[in-house]
Write a new protein. Structure first.
Length: 66
């Protein structure tokens, strides 16, 4: 299984709605919308520093004040 970098869902590469190759890595997506979002701004999803700037937060990045 692979992890969708946009929404954090586990994606089976064989059933992925889309894939993107970025800096030599292949990323798998559960939905076309996730793929589009990643293509627009891959760094946003790969750098955990600004993980709060996108819609669905999955809370695995630590230091969040609720």
């Amino acid at each position: 299984m692979s992890k969708d970098p946009v929404c954090g869902m586990e994606v089976n590469p064989e059933e992925a709605a889309g894939t993107v190759e970025y800096k030599g890595e292949t990323y798998y997506f559960c939905a076309p919308g996730c793929k589009n979002a990643f293509e627009k701004n891959p760094e946003q999803f790969l750098s955990s520093a600004d993980a709060d700037s996108h819609d669905h937060e999955h809370g695995h990045q630590g230091h969040h004040h609720h």
